[in-house]
Design a protein around this ligand. Structure first.
Ligand SMILES: CC(C)(COP(=O)(O)OP(=O)(O)OC[C@H]1O[C@@H](n2cnc3c(N)ncnc32)[C@H](O)[C@@H]1OP(=O)(O)O)[C@@H](O)C(=O)NCCC(=O)NCCS
Length: 163
């Protein structure tokens, strides 16, 4: 997960989502980390932090060879459904202003641009904050309906993370 963050999310910025930081996230009781898994292969992962009325998507990446097969949509859908059940109404996230693919992806899921945050990344690159207002009762009931591809979603339990 850390390597994917470095190579796919943070390329050219420096590595802030190191394995130590990701382990902290997995151990945090207010955070959920999930992976899309088939056999022993990981297709992608996502990490969301849940607050009282809103949630923040901290990280999301899909392996290049699996992109555009619905895994990203499935991961975000799973986390949004959990948020809905928890009574959360807004999801927000930041995306690099240069990352047009991710912006198109989030727009396709209903996220809207809320504000620009200059020098958000490493004091250098602008972030776009995007927000999605969740609809009540819009959810799914089965994981397979969310991730409409042959991947299962696995929540990473904190106890499985070695020191
Ligand atoms: C952004 C990312 C997570 C999308 O994941 P994905 O699994 O490839 O996306 P999906 O297959 O679920 O796509 C869902 C929809 O998003 C949109 N979309 C996805 N990739 C797109 C692209 N390259 N160009 C335009 N639209 C795109 C499409 O509307 C797509 O639906 P469609 O395939 O039916 O047309 C993936 O490209 C990725 O990991 N990128 C590198 C890391 C990254 O940028 N992470 C986000 C950091 S904020």
């Amino acid at each position: 997960m850390a390597n994917m963050s470095r190579d796919l999310v943070e390329a050219g910025l420096g590595w802030s989502w190191t394995s130590g930081r990701i382990k902290q996230q997995i151990r945090c009781p207010d955070t959920v980390a999930i992976v899309a898994r088939r056999s022993h292969a990981m297709g992608g992962f996502a990490i969301m932090h849940y607050l009282t009325n809103e949630a923040h998507l901290n990280l999301l990446a899909v392996c290049p060879s699996c992109q555009r097969t619905g895994i990203g949509r499935g991961l975000v859908g799973w986390l949004e459904e959990s948020a809905r059940v928890a009574g959360i109404r807004h999801i927000h996230l930041e995306v690099r202003s240069t990352n047009c693919t991710a912006q198109a992806f989030y727009r396709s899921l209903g996220y809207e641009e809320a504000e620009l945050i200059p020098r958000y990344y490493n004091g250098r690159e602008t972030a776009i904050r995007m927000v999605h207002k969740l609809r009540r009762n819009a959810g799914f009931t089965q994981g397979e309906q969310i991730l409409n591809v042959p991947w299962g979603i696995l929540v990473i339990p904190a106890k499985n993370v070695p020191d």
